[in-house]
Design a protein. Structure first.
Length: 111
């Protein structure tokens, strides 16, 4: 007998979401001080699609309006974005250092 799982069983929208499967940054659903609920999947989508912190911030202002967020709300959302950017930069730096070490270990690699 085959069991069919529903989408909700694979991914509950009420739970925290990782930015990427490899990421250690976990985003929870966020409720603004004014009571607006922002799903973690929407926050993750904004993080991944934004190239800058300003672009990330502008997404929420354009979507929900300038008056919807307090300074605390925006700070919390920016914290999620900056955690992810920090993780990406650390991974890139680590990869560059590993590559540099490999080049230094093999003196004949450039021949």
């Amino acid at each position: 007998m085959k069991h069919v799982k529903l989408f909700e069983q694979f991914h509950s929208l009420d739970e925290a979401t990782k930015v990427t499967p490899e990421s250690k940054v976990i985003i929870d659903d966020y409720s603004t001080d004014n009571g607006t609920e922002i799903k973690s999947t929407e926050i993750v989508g904004a993080i991944v699609s934004s190239e800058t912190e300003k672009e990330f911030e502008d997404y929420f202002y354009k979507t929900y309006g300038n008056g919807e967020f307090t300074t605390n709300d925006i700070s919390t959302l920016k914290k999620y974005y900056l955690e992810y950017v920090e993780e990406i930069v650390a991974a890139e730096t680590e990869a560059e250092e590993a590559e540099k070490e490999e080049e230094e270990e093999d003196p004949l690699a450039g021949i």
